[in-house]
Design a protein around this ligand. Structure first.
Ligand SMILES: *[C@@H]1O[C@H](CO)[C@@H](O)[C@H](O)[C@H]1NC(C)=O
Ligand SMILES: *[C@@H]1O[C@H](CO)[C@@H](O)[C@H](O)[C@H]1NC(C)=O
Ligand SMILES: *[C@@H]1O[C@H](CO)[C@@H](O)[C@H](O)[C@H]1NC(C)=O
Ligand SMILES: *[C@@H]1O[C@H](CO)[C@@H](O)[C@H](O)[C@H]1NC(C)=O
Ligand SMILES: *[C@@H]1O[C@H](CO)[C@@H](O)[C@H](O)[C@H]1NC(C)=O
Ligand SMILES: *[C@@H]1O[C@H](CO)[C@@H](O)[C@H](O)[C@H]1NC(C)=O
Length: 230
């Protein structure tokens, strides 16, 4: 009986160890146009490796608000990069995601000078041009849920519009260098809630963050206006 108890305890300990082990972050998308590429073993590649290791190591720091930007090397081989962790993830989830992203992006974008990768928990990007403190709206990614809104679609659209504009203002007005992040959940039907989240990188000014979110929100309208009115 004793040995049975022992193995039960051991089994629980083992499953606990498996559960607490760091999970890979949830991959969403990556984008790396192959218009500008580098050759293997070039100075650009060396600078990129330096950049990625400095992003990774800085993600272990606790006082960065989930954001860091850094450059490596000199023009014409300079690389500019940054990461942003979702505003509501822990430091350890952030660190794990940035570390994973730095390796994964090189597998998905092995020779491209400009690359971005998104996970649910963080995003990481780099470029051969200075991308700091500037709004970049060249690339827009829509990811739509396969589920249609079937109950009160007008009310749903109205609720999305008011809620998301509200949190956009809140996120943008965060102090300089702070987390530009806001969430809100509101009742949609008696049993369903609407969850909203917006975030800018911490290097953007309040007006730039506002402008960027307003642009994204106006494009979002195209998604949910497509919803069937039934
Ligand atoms: C660049 O991408 C295009 C389209 O994805 C592809 O057809 C082309 O072969 C790629 N070029 C190189 C050099 O990888
Ligand atoms: C890159 O450098 C490594 C180590 O110096 C070498 O083994 C490899 O052959 C080089 N690759 C290319 C494509 O030059
Ligand atoms: C952070 O990045 C800087 C370069 O910006 C680098 O000098 C430093 O070693 C990195 N790591 C930590 C833990 O600060
Ligand atoms: C991060 O970007 C700002 C400009 O927005 C720049 O002044 C600063 O030097 C950058 N940080 C690093 C470590 O390069
Ligand atoms: C959602 O609506 C579209 C357009 O009416 C339809 O093609 C699609 O099959 C619907 N999806 C689901 C999951 O019902
Ligand atoms: C949302 O719905 C829950 C459960 O139906 C209710 O308890 C709560 O008061 C509602 N909140 C608002 C802001 O209406």
């Amino acid at each position: 009986m004793d040995s049975l108890k022992f193995s039960t305890v051991l089994l629980s300990l083992l499953s606990l160890a498996i559960i607490t082990q760091a999970q890979d972050p949830t991959y969403l998308y990556s984008n790396c146009p192959n218009k500008t590429t580098f050759t293997r073993n070039s100075t650009y590649q060396a600078n990129l490796n330096l950049l990625l290791s400095s992003l990774s190591s800085n993600a272990t720091r606790n006082n960065i608000n989930g954001f860091y930007n850094v450059s490596a090397g000199q023009d014409p081989d300079a690389v500019y990069g940054m990461f942003l962790c979702r505003g509501d993830v822990s430091n350890s989830v952030c660190r794990n995601c940035v570390n994973f992203a730095g390796k994964d992006i090189l597998e998905r974008c092995p020779i491209e000078k400009v690359a971005m990768i998104w996970f649910d928990e963080c995003e990481l990007r780099y470029s051969n041009r200075n991308i700091f403190s500037t709004v970049d709206q060249d690339f827009t990614l829509f990811m739509m849920s396969p589920n249609n809104v079937t109950v009160q679609p007008d009310r749903f659209n109205q609720l999305v519009a008011t809620t998301i504009n509200d949190i956009a203002t809140r996120a943008a007005s965060a102090p300089s260098g702070g987390k530009k992040f806001a969430v809100q959940q509101v009742n949609y039907t008696g049993i369903q809630k609407l969850y909203t989240l917006v975030q800018c990188t911490a290097d953007l000014s309040t007006p730039d963050c506002s402008r960027c979110l307003e642009g994204a929100i106006s494009k979002l309208g195209n998604c949910y206006k497509a919803v069937d009115d039934t």
